[in-house]
Design a protein around this ligand. Structure first.
Ligand SMILES: NC(=O)c1ccc[n+]([C@@H]2O[C@H](COP(=O)([O-])OP(=O)(O)OC[C@H]3O[C@@H](n4cnc5c(N)ncnc54)[C@H](OP(=O)(O)O)[C@@H]3O)[C@@H](O)[C@H]2O)c1
Length: 263
């Protein structure tokens, strides 16, 4: 596996997708630095990854630039290099934007999902460049390609991550720092339990798994893919938006968004 012996930093590793990808990277022989805010969760994970194999943990809030600077110092002091950065930390606050009171919520979500991605990339870029060829994988979402009402802050943050990632891929290609953006659909995790879909006899077939997303992240790294949608067929959901936008918006307004309002 291409990650064998590489130093990989995984943000948001205390649960869900980040935890799974950390375990899979370690199984592939990587030295993994796991980070998130909940130290006890990271300690448990480190125990599973195995002592004495070059793994480490660092408690950090990705939305706090000083905290991210300290993370970069830890990676530099511990490993002296960084081959892979997986910007996975993120969360959602379901909301309808109705006025001035909702700006703070939008700022909070952008701070973690977008600025957290930017801060981690910026602070680790000197190490990534020195270790090139290197990879940055940004975990966005299908909500970064297709916007729905009721999740405006989350969609804004993930559209920002997608747009920034695509442009960054060009900016960093010469340095041989390869940027990928991975866009999961619906995956049941702690922060995104997808209760309505898990219990629905039809919608449950639309769910992906953390294993699938982790495999897509590894595929993006190994094959230097700019974009990976998970599950892959979700990619087709973007077609009606481009080809028949009126039908796309009708389905959203009449089938998807009323469902969200009921929850
Ligand atoms: N599950 C889905 O359906 C789905 C779909 C599309 C995209 N995604 C994206 O996938 C990524 C992982 O989500 P998940 O489904 O695995 O959810 P999860 O199980 O809730 O994991 C989220 C992770 O992010 C960390 N985190 C949140 N805010 C943070 C902050 N300010 N600083 C540092 N770490 C922070 C959390 O750790 P601490 O709380 O310990 O800090 C946790 O480890 C997110 O970016 C999410 O937007 C998920």
């Amino acid at each position: 596996m291409i990650v064998s012996g590489k130093v990989c930093v995984v943000t948001g590793a205390s649960s869900g997708i980040g935890r799974r990808v950390a375990l899979d990277l370690a199984a592939g022989g990587a030295k993994v630095c796991v980070t998130a805010r909940r130290t006890e969760r990271l300690e448990e994970l480190l125990g599973e990854l195995g002592d004495g194999r070059g793994h480490s943990l660092f408690t950090a809030d990705v939305g706090d630039r000083n905290s991210v600077r300290a993370l970069a110092d830890h990676v530099r002091d511990t490993y002296g290099r960084c081959d892979v950065l997986i910007n996975n930390a993120g969360y959602s606050e379901e909301s309808h934007f109705t006025g001035p009171d909702d700006v703070a919520e939008l700022e909070r979500v952008m701070q973690t999902n977008f600025w957290g991605t930017v801060y981690c990339t910026a602070e680790l870029l000197p190490l990534l460049s020195d270790s090139a060829p290197a990879s940055v994988v940004n975990v966005a979402s299908m909500a970064g390609r297709l916007a729905v009402g009721g999740a405006s802050s989350y969609c804004a943050s993930k559209f920002a991550v997608v747009g920034w990632s695509e442009a960054l891929a060009s900016d960093l290609a010469e340095r041989e720092v390869y940027v990928s953006v991975v866009e999961p659909g619906f995956v049941p995790t702690e922060g995104f339990p997808q209760h309505d879909m898990v219990g629905d006899p039809f919608l449950k077939y639309m769910l992906g798994t953390v294993e699938q997303v982790s495999a897509a992240i590894l595929d993006a790294i190994e094959n230097r893919k700019l974009e990976r949608v998970v599950p892959r067929w979700y990619y087709l959901l973007q077609v009606p938006r481009v080809v028949t936008p009126w039908l796309y918006r009708w389905v959203l307004r009449n089938a998807v968004e009323p469902r969200q309002k009921r929850e």
